[in-house]
Design a protein around this ligand. Sequence first.
Ligand code: BGC
Ligand code: MG
Length: 482
Amino acid sequence: MGPSLTPARTPWWANAVIYQIYPRSFQDSDGDGVGDLPGVTRRLEHVRWLGADAVWLSPFYPSPMADGGYDVSDYTDVDPRYGSLADFDRMLRRAHEVGLRVIVDLVANHTSIEHPWFRDHPDWYVWSDDVPGNNWVAAFGGPAWSFDSRRGRWYLHSFYPEQPDLDWRNPEVVAAMHGVVRFWRNRGVDGFRIDAADRLGKDPELRDDPPATAPPAFPENEQYAKLAHGHSKGNPSVKAALQAMRDAAGDAFLVGEAYVPAADYERYLGPVDVMFAFELLWAEWNVTALRRAIERALEQGGVAWATSNHDVPRAATRLGPNRARTAALLLLTLPGPAFVYQGEEIGMRDGDPADPPLDRAGRDGARHPMQWEPDPLGGFTTGRPWLPLSDPLQTSVAGQRGDPNSMLALYRRLIALRREMKGRLEWLESPEETLSFRRGRHRILLNLSTDPLELPAGNAVVVRTDGQDGATLPPDSGAILA
Ligand code: BGC
Ligand code: MG
């Protein structure tokens, strides 16, 4: 066959801004202190106003909540805390009406230990008879094997012991997950985020992971980081598992989540459209590291950008307020889908963990309720929030809406501008410790140095993160010129 004469259509997600909703913390609608789907529906207006193209919802399925919902006990229903399937349908319909696509989370590697499958289909999981099967360590620390006293055997869990790993080499597992994907596709969802995608391929012989010979690419649990994870994840069989989900998903958007550097994307891309660029999220704040992270991801030709999510400290906490603004400018000027985690658009900082912490891996800080209004309950709930509000009096959507220099105004402006930002990224020469690239007619400039940077003459300044209008750009800030 000769080349096709019709040019390939650009898919909707190619340059999309996708807003991540953590349903438990977004908007409560019934006063029980827990966010819910009717709450999401009510706040879609905000997402639309911000200018995003889609929402990704973290899991809202029935769950004992050992891992904030990433321990699913029924893939085809809604947890009663969050509402019902009818609430989901209403949310989806409303989203589509206002022009937002909807992506849901597919937790394919493991179920909750309370999922009926664990009881009724033990052969869908990974077991070892007498002793733990090998030396693998769970991502949050501790051995990756736990003893099931009912069966007198050890089961594998890449994450918490309440999350037994499915055995993707069993065709019945593949068929079951195919059914899950079809279920949500038939309801009308537009895409899936495949959780822990790298875990779907494991060494078939369950060989030990060798000791680590280098520090991990990203922050990791200390015990977990002592091993190199060549056998516990990333086995080439992962492609077939992902292809099975692609077959079920049709042309839906698939974004893979694997906590791996860009050099590994190759194992996942193809069946999956894009992979999250964790290298950028964790890049040190200097020219070499940022540029390398961007280049490496772009070279792989299938990248989704994010500067934060529900698993990591928030950008304002990691980087401080000025750099967080500049990181937003960078995020929203890169080619490829960009994910914005709820609350980042108002520069929310991490809150204090619950005492004792709710998440054993220390991720409470990034999961505090969304701050809509400058009042003590932040407009999030009328009841007792499941995790206290952090600083709604200082930081809220309503508090920033009228302020042209707010983080919220900056995000909205950047998202609007992104629509005009077509074409590839071309690096430009710029003074030391500054970063500059072109996207079509726009030139992006980041000052990472400790000195003010002279803005090039003859260009109009379209956006600047520092909110000033002088001829120089202060340290830690960025600008878009045209
Ligand atoms: C999710 C985490 C979750 C883990 C296990 C991740 O990558 O983002 O929140 O704990 O997968 O499902
Ligand atoms: Mg509620």
